[in-house]
Design a protein around this ligand. Structure first.
Ligand code: PGA
Length: 251
């Protein structure tokens, strides 16, 4: 059966020392608590090894927020999937809307990164989601369908089994505006159905689909109660251990 997951995307926040302190605080807060979900933190690249070290011995897993589609070589400023693995991280967030809109990542780029990540043993958390205009003009199913198909459906079933999908309506990210539980459930069921059509219902039932966009302790329970919502990708509310714990314990 699929996993419930709560993942914290720190984005470009926290110095190394602040990040390690937050990771330790989270580890302490989780000791003695039986989390009913997998817990992941995604700090900036340069914190990965230190954060992986700080959470050692706890249930917390570590993710990068991005990685290169290249293996190694003359790609100044890039970080390869093998480098991410060497820090102790086991996941990588790919295709986040901020990568798509500020750094020009297309579905084709995300596809190449997914291959590189899986090829190096990382589990990709692939983000999809429509912008406000696409929500308002009714194009949201088409947009999300294209994102899922063009970045993931070249995989065989065994490789697809490593993928976690995060549905993040762009209009809900960092805006305080959350999708309603019904909007989230509707899109998650739509995505699961796409997966079932391509890979069969067993693969679809085993795929974790997370919701992201202004998820916080006060709305997590209502969102996670939906049958196709398997957890959250959390931005702002992952930057304070108490808030993040409030979301983890919503399961
Ligand atoms: P938010 O960000 O929780 O701050 O809205 C979510 C995300 O971008 O992953």
């Amino acid at each position: 059966m699929r996993k419930n997951i709560v993942a914290g995307n720190w984005k470009m926040n926290k110095t190394l020392q602040e990040g390690v302190a937050l990771a330790k605080e989270l580890k302490d807060a989780l000791s003695g608590v039986k989390a009913n979900c997998e817990v992941i933190v995604a700090p900036p690249f340069i914190h990965l090894a230190s954060v992986a070290d700080a959470v050692k011995g706890s249930v917390v897993k570590v993710a990068a927020q991005n990685c290169s589609d290249k293996e190694s070589g003359a790609y100044t400023g890039e970080v390869s999937p093998a480098m991410v693995v060497s820090t102790g991280a086991s996941y990588v967030i790919l295709g986040h809307s901020e990568r798509r809109s500020y750094y020009g990542e297309t579905n084709a780029v995300v596809k190449a990164k997914v291959d590189a990540a899986i090829g190096n043993g990382l589990n990709p958390i692939v983000c999809v989601g429509e912008v406000l205009e696409e929500r308002e003009n009714g194009k949201f199913f088409d947009v999300v369908s294209a994102q899922v198909k063009e970045s993931l459906f070249h995989l065989d079933a065994s490789a697809f089994g490593k993928v976690v999908i995060a549905y993040e309506p762009v209009w809900a990210i960092g805006t305080g505006k959350t999708a309603t539980a019904e909007q989230a459930q509707e899109m998650h069921a739509f995505i699961r159905n796409l997966i079932a059509e391509k890979y069969g219902s067993e693969v679809a039932e085993n795929t974790s689909i997370l919701y992201g966009g202004s998820c916080k302790p006060s709305n997590a329970k209502e969102l996670f109660a939906n049958k196709d919502v398997d957890g959250g990708l959390i931005g702002g509310a992952s930057l304070k251990a108490a808030d993040f714990m409030g979301i983890i314990t919503a399961f």
